[in-house]
Design a protein around this ligand. Structure first.
Ligand code: LMR
Length: 396
Protein backbone atom coordinates (compact mmCIF):
# COMPACT_ATOMS: atom_id res chain seq x y z
CA UNK A 1 0.00 0.00 0.00
CA UNK A 2 2.69 2.49 0.92
CA UNK A 3 5.51 1.42 -1.40
CA UNK A 4 5.02 4.47 -3.64
CA UNK A 5 4.57 6.95 -0.83
CA UNK A 6 7.18 9.67 -1.11
CA UNK A 7 8.93 11.26 1.84
CA UNK A 8 7.44 14.73 2.25
CA UNK A 9 9.78 17.64 2.94
CA UNK A 10 9.94 18.96 6.48
CA UNK A 11 7.55 21.79 7.23
CA UNK A 12 9.48 25.00 6.46
CA UNK A 13 8.62 26.48 9.88
CA UNK A 14 7.67 23.73 12.33
CA UNK A 15 10.26 21.43 10.77
CA UNK A 16 12.92 23.83 12.07
CA UNK A 17 11.78 23.06 15.62
CA UNK A 18 12.61 19.41 15.04
CA UNK A 19 16.08 20.35 13.79
CA UNK A 20 16.57 22.83 16.63
CA UNK A 21 15.56 20.29 19.28
CA UNK A 22 18.07 17.80 17.87
CA UNK A 23 20.90 20.38 17.74
CA UNK A 24 23.51 19.85 20.48
CA UNK A 25 25.05 23.33 20.15
CA UNK A 26 24.79 24.81 23.69
CA UNK A 27 24.48 28.32 22.23
CA UNK A 28 21.60 27.51 19.89
CA UNK A 29 18.86 30.12 19.44
CA UNK A 30 15.46 29.39 17.89
CA UNK A 31 14.35 32.34 15.74
CA UNK A 32 12.43 30.02 13.43
CA UNK A 33 8.86 29.61 14.59
CA UNK A 34 6.74 32.64 15.55
CA UNK A 35 6.70 32.22 19.30
CA UNK A 36 7.26 34.93 21.93
CA UNK A 37 9.78 34.22 24.67
CA UNK A 38 10.45 36.57 27.58
CA UNK A 39 13.81 38.13 28.39
CA UNK A 40 14.84 34.95 30.25
CA UNK A 41 14.13 32.90 27.15
CA UNK A 42 11.03 31.40 28.76
CA UNK A 43 7.66 30.84 27.15
CA UNK A 44 5.33 32.98 29.28
CA UNK A 45 2.28 31.59 31.05
CA UNK A 46 0.28 34.80 31.34
CA UNK A 47 -0.94 35.89 34.79
CA UNK A 48 -4.46 36.43 33.40
CA UNK A 49 -4.47 32.85 32.09
CA UNK A 50 -3.26 31.50 35.44
CA UNK A 51 -5.95 33.47 37.28
CA UNK A 52 -8.67 32.17 34.96
CA UNK A 53 -7.40 28.60 35.33
CA UNK A 54 -7.31 28.90 39.11
CA UNK A 55 -10.98 29.87 39.15
CA UNK A 56 -11.79 27.05 36.76
CA UNK A 57 -9.93 24.53 38.93
CA UNK A 58 -11.88 25.70 41.99
CA UNK A 59 -15.11 24.64 40.33
CA UNK A 60 -14.15 21.63 38.21
CA UNK A 61 -16.59 20.83 35.45
CA UNK A 62 -17.30 17.67 33.47
CA UNK A 63 -16.16 17.55 29.84
CA UNK A 64 -19.11 16.90 27.58
CA UNK A 65 -19.04 17.73 23.87
CA UNK A 66 -19.09 21.40 23.04
CA UNK A 67 -21.57 22.65 20.46
CA UNK A 68 -20.11 22.28 16.94
CA UNK A 69 -19.41 26.02 16.77
CA UNK A 70 -17.84 26.10 20.24
CA UNK A 71 -18.44 27.91 23.52
CA UNK A 72 -21.12 30.59 23.11
CA UNK A 73 -19.40 32.98 25.54
CA UNK A 74 -16.15 32.52 23.61
CA UNK A 75 -17.71 33.16 20.21
CA UNK A 76 -19.40 36.29 21.57
CA UNK A 77 -16.14 37.49 23.12
CA UNK A 78 -14.36 37.03 19.79
CA UNK A 79 -17.09 38.97 18.00
CA UNK A 80 -16.75 41.79 20.52
CA UNK A 81 -12.97 41.83 20.22
CA UNK A 82 -12.84 41.73 16.44
CA UNK A 83 -15.85 43.89 15.52
CA UNK A 84 -16.74 45.75 18.72
CA UNK A 85 -19.50 44.60 21.10
CA UNK A 86 -21.65 47.60 20.28
CA UNK A 87 -20.98 47.65 16.57
CA UNK A 88 -23.96 47.60 14.24
CA UNK A 89 -22.64 44.56 12.46
CA UNK A 90 -22.65 42.51 15.69
CA UNK A 91 -25.87 43.95 17.08
CA UNK A 92 -27.73 43.29 13.86
CA UNK A 93 -26.65 39.62 13.93
CA UNK A 94 -24.65 39.78 10.69
CA UNK A 95 -21.53 38.10 12.09
CA UNK A 96 -21.24 34.32 12.37
CA UNK A 97 -18.32 33.35 14.60
CA UNK A 98 -17.18 29.81 15.29
CA UNK A 99 -14.49 28.60 17.64
CA UNK A 100 -11.68 26.99 15.66
CA UNK A 101 -8.55 24.97 16.27
CA UNK A 102 -6.14 27.88 16.18
CA UNK A 103 -5.97 30.47 13.43
CA UNK A 104 -5.04 27.64 11.07
CA UNK A 105 -8.34 25.94 11.91
CA UNK A 106 -10.20 29.17 11.17
CA UNK A 107 -8.51 29.42 7.78
CA UNK A 108 -9.26 25.78 6.99
CA UNK A 109 -12.95 26.01 7.94
CA UNK A 110 -13.27 29.19 5.89
CA UNK A 111 -11.46 27.59 2.94
CA UNK A 112 -13.71 24.50 2.99
CA UNK A 113 -16.83 26.65 3.19
CA UNK A 114 -15.60 28.92 0.37
CA UNK A 115 -14.92 25.89 -1.81
CA UNK A 116 -18.63 25.12 -1.61
CA UNK A 117 -19.75 28.71 -2.15
CA UNK A 118 -17.28 29.64 -4.90
CA UNK A 119 -15.89 26.37 -6.26
CA UNK A 120 -14.25 27.99 -9.28
CA UNK A 121 -12.74 30.99 -7.56
CA UNK A 122 -8.99 31.43 -7.41
CA UNK A 123 -7.19 32.36 -4.23
CA UNK A 124 -4.50 35.04 -4.04
CA UNK A 125 -1.97 35.26 -1.25
CA UNK A 126 0.73 37.88 -0.76
CA UNK A 127 4.17 37.34 -2.24
CA UNK A 128 5.59 36.21 0.13
CA UNK A 129 3.08 34.95 2.68
CA UNK A 130 2.90 32.67 5.69
CA UNK A 131 4.14 29.36 4.36
CA UNK A 132 0.93 27.55 5.32
CA UNK A 133 -1.52 29.87 3.50
CA UNK A 134 -0.86 28.35 0.10
CA UNK A 135 -0.98 24.78 1.45
CA UNK A 136 -4.26 25.29 3.29
CA UNK A 137 -6.07 26.67 0.25
CA UNK A 138 -4.47 24.19 -2.17
CA UNK A 139 -5.57 21.34 0.09
CA UNK A 140 -9.09 22.77 0.14
CA UNK A 141 -9.04 22.39 -3.66
CA UNK A 142 -8.21 25.92 -4.81
CA UNK A 143 -5.76 27.17 -7.36
CA UNK A 144 -3.55 29.63 -5.46
CA UNK A 145 -1.75 32.59 -7.03
CA UNK A 146 0.15 35.50 -5.55
CA UNK A 147 -0.33 39.24 -5.48
CA UNK A 148 2.74 41.48 -5.38
CA UNK A 149 3.65 42.57 -1.87
CA UNK A 150 7.30 42.74 -0.85
CA UNK A 151 9.80 44.99 -2.54
CA UNK A 152 13.26 43.75 -1.58
CA UNK A 153 15.11 46.73 -3.04
CA UNK A 154 12.91 49.24 -1.26
CA UNK A 155 12.67 47.14 1.90
CA UNK A 156 8.97 47.72 2.12
CA UNK A 157 5.70 47.07 0.39
CA UNK A 158 5.38 47.28 -3.38
CA UNK A 159 2.01 48.91 -2.99
CA UNK A 160 1.56 49.87 -6.64
CA UNK A 161 2.28 46.25 -7.53
CA UNK A 162 -0.18 45.01 -4.93
CA UNK A 163 -2.95 47.25 -6.26
CA UNK A 164 -2.16 46.25 -9.84
CA UNK A 165 -2.37 42.54 -8.92
CA UNK A 166 -5.70 43.04 -7.17
CA UNK A 167 -7.05 45.15 -10.01
CA UNK A 168 -6.17 42.39 -12.46
CA UNK A 169 -7.89 39.66 -10.41
CA UNK A 170 -11.08 38.10 -11.70
CA UNK A 171 -14.32 38.91 -9.89
CA UNK A 172 -14.89 36.47 -7.05
CA UNK A 173 -11.18 35.92 -6.38
CA UNK A 174 -10.50 35.21 -2.72
CA UNK A 175 -7.76 37.50 -1.44
CA UNK A 176 -5.95 36.48 1.73
CA UNK A 177 -4.78 39.61 3.54
CA UNK A 178 -2.70 39.96 6.70
CA UNK A 179 -4.74 42.23 8.98
CA UNK A 180 -1.61 43.35 10.84
CA UNK A 181 2.03 42.36 11.47
CA UNK A 182 2.57 40.85 8.02
CA UNK A 183 4.07 37.37 8.23
CA UNK A 184 6.85 36.95 7.11
CA UNK A 185 8.01 40.44 6.10
CA UNK A 186 6.97 42.60 9.07
CA UNK A 187 5.84 45.33 6.65
CA UNK A 188 2.22 46.47 6.88
CA UNK A 189 0.39 48.83 4.58
CA UNK A 190 -0.79 52.21 5.89
CA UNK A 191 -4.35 53.17 6.80
CA UNK A 192 -4.71 55.15 3.61
CA UNK A 193 -3.40 52.19 1.59
CA UNK A 194 -5.95 49.90 3.27
CA UNK A 195 -8.66 52.29 2.05
CA UNK A 196 -7.35 51.85 -1.49
CA UNK A 197 -7.24 48.06 -1.14
CA UNK A 198 -10.80 48.03 0.17
CA UNK A 199 -11.94 50.18 -2.75
CA UNK A 200 -10.44 47.69 -5.22
CA UNK A 201 -11.88 44.68 -3.35
CA UNK A 202 -15.29 46.33 -3.58
CA UNK A 203 -15.04 47.55 -7.17
CA UNK A 204 -13.73 44.22 -8.48
CA UNK A 205 -16.04 42.00 -6.44
CA UNK A 206 -13.21 40.20 -4.63
CA UNK A 207 -13.67 38.28 -1.39
CA UNK A 208 -11.39 39.41 1.43
CA UNK A 209 -10.15 36.82 3.91
CA UNK A 210 -8.30 38.59 6.69
CA UNK A 211 -5.85 36.58 8.74
CA UNK A 212 -5.48 38.20 12.14
CA UNK A 213 -2.97 36.06 14.01
CA UNK A 214 -1.03 38.90 15.66
CA UNK A 215 -3.62 41.34 16.96
CA UNK A 216 -1.95 43.42 19.67
CA UNK A 217 1.63 42.84 18.51
CA UNK A 218 1.71 45.83 16.16
CA UNK A 219 0.45 49.10 17.62
CA UNK A 220 -2.19 47.87 20.08
CA UNK A 221 -5.29 45.69 20.19
CA UNK A 222 -7.72 48.33 18.90
CA UNK A 223 -5.21 49.85 16.49
CA UNK A 224 -4.34 46.50 14.92
CA UNK A 225 -7.99 45.50 14.68
CA UNK A 226 -9.18 48.78 13.13
CA UNK A 227 -8.79 47.48 9.59
CA UNK A 228 -11.68 45.06 10.15
CA UNK A 229 -14.00 47.99 10.86
CA UNK A 230 -12.96 49.57 7.56
CA UNK A 231 -13.99 46.46 5.60
CA UNK A 232 -17.27 46.28 7.48
CA UNK A 233 -17.96 49.98 6.88
CA UNK A 234 -17.47 49.36 3.17
CA UNK A 235 -20.38 46.91 3.32
CA UNK A 236 -18.30 43.88 2.33
CA UNK A 237 -18.90 40.24 3.16
CA UNK A 238 -15.58 39.25 4.70
CA UNK A 239 -13.86 36.38 6.45
CA UNK A 240 -11.66 36.93 9.51
CA UNK A 241 -9.55 34.24 11.12
CA UNK A 242 -8.39 34.94 14.67
CA UNK A 243 -5.64 33.30 16.66
CA UNK A 244 -4.96 33.57 20.38
CA UNK A 245 -1.82 31.44 20.17
CA UNK A 246 0.48 34.43 20.39
CA UNK A 247 -1.64 37.06 22.11
CA UNK A 248 -2.50 34.72 25.01
CA UNK A 249 0.68 32.63 24.77
CA UNK A 250 -1.63 29.61 24.41
CA UNK A 251 0.09 28.04 21.41
CA UNK A 252 -0.54 24.42 22.33
CA UNK A 253 -4.18 24.97 23.27
CA UNK A 254 -5.03 25.74 19.64
CA UNK A 255 -7.47 28.57 20.34
CA UNK A 256 -8.75 30.44 17.33
CA UNK A 257 -11.89 31.44 15.51
CA UNK A 258 -13.44 32.18 12.18
CA UNK A 259 -15.85 35.07 11.74
CA UNK A 260 -17.86 35.63 8.59
CA UNK A 261 -19.75 38.87 7.92
CA UNK A 262 -22.99 38.27 6.03
CA UNK A 263 -25.44 40.77 4.55
CA UNK A 264 -28.20 40.21 7.10
CA UNK A 265 -29.16 38.07 10.08
CA UNK A 266 -30.96 35.44 8.06
CA UNK A 267 -28.00 35.04 5.69
CA UNK A 268 -25.65 34.83 8.70
CA UNK A 269 -27.73 31.93 10.09
CA UNK A 270 -27.40 30.06 6.78
CA UNK A 271 -23.65 30.73 6.70
CA UNK A 272 -23.29 29.46 10.26
CA UNK A 273 -25.14 26.25 9.40
CA UNK A 274 -22.58 25.60 6.63
CA UNK A 275 -19.59 26.46 8.82
CA UNK A 276 -20.89 23.86 11.26
CA UNK A 277 -20.86 21.25 8.52
CA UNK A 278 -17.25 22.13 7.68
CA UNK A 279 -16.31 21.75 11.36
CA UNK A 280 -18.27 18.54 11.86
CA UNK A 281 -16.62 16.88 8.89
CA UNK A 282 -13.12 18.02 9.88
CA UNK A 283 -12.97 17.41 13.64
CA UNK A 284 -16.58 17.32 14.88
CA UNK A 285 -16.37 20.03 17.54
CA UNK A 286 -13.62 22.00 19.27
CA UNK A 287 -11.83 21.26 22.56
CA UNK A 288 -12.89 23.04 25.73
CA UNK A 289 -9.96 24.26 27.77
CA UNK A 290 -8.28 26.97 25.70
CA UNK A 291 -11.54 28.53 24.58
CA UNK A 292 -12.85 28.52 28.15
CA UNK A 293 -9.71 30.30 29.38
CA UNK A 294 -9.86 32.98 26.69
CA UNK A 295 -13.59 33.51 27.25
CA UNK A 296 -13.04 33.81 31.02
CA UNK A 297 -10.35 36.45 30.49
CA UNK A 298 -12.09 38.47 27.79
CA UNK A 299 -15.42 38.48 29.64
CA UNK A 300 -13.98 39.62 32.99
CA UNK A 301 -13.04 43.34 33.08
CA UNK A 302 -10.21 42.83 35.58
CA UNK A 303 -8.65 39.89 33.75
CA UNK A 304 -9.16 41.62 30.43
CA UNK A 305 -7.21 44.66 31.70
CA UNK A 306 -4.47 42.34 32.94
CA UNK A 307 -4.32 40.64 29.52
CA UNK A 308 -4.04 43.98 27.76
CA UNK A 309 -1.15 45.00 29.95
CA UNK A 310 0.64 41.65 29.56
CA UNK A 311 0.21 41.83 25.80
CA UNK A 312 1.50 45.41 25.80
CA UNK A 313 4.57 44.22 27.71
CA UNK A 314 5.29 41.64 25.00
CA UNK A 315 4.80 44.23 22.27
CA UNK A 316 7.09 46.76 23.92
CA UNK A 317 9.82 44.18 24.58
CA UNK A 318 9.80 43.05 20.95
CA UNK A 319 10.21 46.67 19.81
CA UNK A 320 13.13 47.13 22.19
CA UNK A 321 14.80 43.97 20.83
CA UNK A 322 14.47 45.33 17.28
CA UNK A 323 16.50 48.38 18.26
CA UNK A 324 19.02 46.23 20.14
CA UNK A 325 19.38 44.04 17.06
CA UNK A 326 20.09 47.05 14.84
CA UNK A 327 22.63 48.43 17.34
CA UNK A 328 24.17 45.01 17.97
CA UNK A 329 24.64 44.28 14.27
CA UNK A 330 26.39 47.62 13.81
CA UNK A 331 28.62 46.98 16.82
CA UNK A 332 29.41 43.49 15.48
CA UNK A 333 30.73 45.07 12.29
CA UNK A 334 27.86 44.66 9.84
CA UNK A 335 28.50 47.38 7.26
CA UNK A 336 25.09 47.68 5.68
CA UNK A 337 22.43 49.80 7.40
CA UNK A 338 20.11 47.40 9.19
CA UNK A 339 17.86 50.22 10.46
CA UNK A 340 15.00 48.82 8.40
CA UNK A 341 14.47 46.24 11.18
CA UNK A 342 12.89 48.92 13.36
CA UNK A 343 10.44 49.92 10.65
CA UNK A 344 9.09 46.38 10.57
CA UNK A 345 6.33 45.42 12.99
CA UNK A 346 5.14 42.34 14.83
CA UNK A 347 7.09 39.22 15.64
CA UNK A 348 9.16 38.90 12.50
CA UNK A 349 11.98 40.52 10.65
CA UNK A 350 12.54 39.73 7.02
CA UNK A 351 16.28 40.13 7.29
CA UNK A 352 17.22 40.05 3.63
CA UNK A 353 19.68 37.22 4.34
CA UNK A 354 19.93 34.59 1.62
CA UNK A 355 19.09 30.92 1.99
CA UNK A 356 22.81 30.08 2.05
CA UNK A 357 23.40 32.57 4.83
CA UNK A 358 20.45 31.18 6.83
CA UNK A 359 21.77 27.64 6.37
CA UNK A 360 25.21 28.76 7.60
CA UNK A 361 23.62 30.47 10.61
CA UNK A 362 22.00 27.16 11.53
CA UNK A 363 24.86 24.79 10.82
CA UNK A 364 27.75 26.90 12.11
CA UNK A 365 26.10 28.84 14.93
CA UNK A 366 22.88 27.03 15.85
CA UNK A 367 20.89 30.20 15.03
CA UNK A 368 17.62 29.10 13.45
CA UNK A 369 15.53 31.23 11.09
CA UNK A 370 13.58 30.20 8.00
CA UNK A 371 15.32 29.70 4.66
CA UNK A 372 13.56 32.82 3.38
CA UNK A 373 15.52 34.96 5.84
CA UNK A 374 12.68 35.41 8.31
CA UNK A 375 13.75 35.72 11.95
CA UNK A 376 11.47 35.79 14.96
CA UNK A 377 12.67 38.86 16.85
CA UNK A 378 10.24 37.94 19.66
CA UNK A 379 12.68 35.18 20.66
CA UNK A 380 15.64 37.54 21.09
CA UNK A 381 16.63 38.50 24.63
CA UNK A 382 19.37 40.34 26.48
CA UNK A 383 21.34 37.08 26.84
CA UNK A 384 21.27 35.78 23.26
CA UNK A 385 21.28 39.05 21.29
CA UNK A 386 25.07 39.51 21.21
CA UNK A 387 25.62 35.93 20.10
CA UNK A 388 23.00 36.29 17.35
CA UNK A 389 24.53 39.59 16.17
CA UNK A 390 28.03 38.07 16.06
CA UNK A 391 26.72 35.07 14.14
CA UNK A 392 24.89 37.24 11.58
CA UNK A 393 27.96 39.47 11.20
CA UNK A 394 30.02 36.40 10.33
CA UNK A 395 27.70 35.20 7.56
CA UNK A 396 26.84 38.48 5.83
C1 LMR B 1 4.82 31.07 12.30
O1 LMR B 1 4.62 31.65 11.22
O2 LMR B 1 5.95 30.77 12.69
C2 LMR B 1 3.66 30.78 13.20
O3 LMR B 1 2.47 31.23 12.64
C3 LMR B 1 3.60 29.37 13.62
C4 LMR B 1 3.19 28.44 12.50
O4 LMR B 1 2.26 27.66 12.74
O5 LMR B 1 3.77 28.46 11.43
Amino acid sequence: LFSAVEMAPRDPILGLNEQYNADTNPNKVNLGVGVYFDDNGKLPLLQCVQAAEKTMMATPSARGYLPIDGIVAYDNAVKALVFGADSDVVKSGRVSTVQAIGGTGGLKIGADFLKKVSPNAKVMISDPSWENHRAIFVNAGFEVESYAYYDAAKRGVNFEGMLASLNAAAAGTIVVLHACCHNPTGYDITDAQWDQVIAVVKAKGLTAFLDMAYQGFGHGIAEDGAVIGKFVAAGLNIFVSTSFSKSFSLYGERVGALSVVASDKEEAARVLSQLKIAIRTNYSNPPIHGGAVVAAVLNNPELRAQWESELAEMRVRIKAMRQKLVDGLKAAGVQQDMGFITSQIGMFSYSGLTKDQMVRLRSEFGVYGTDTGRMCVAALNSKNIDYVCQAIAKVV
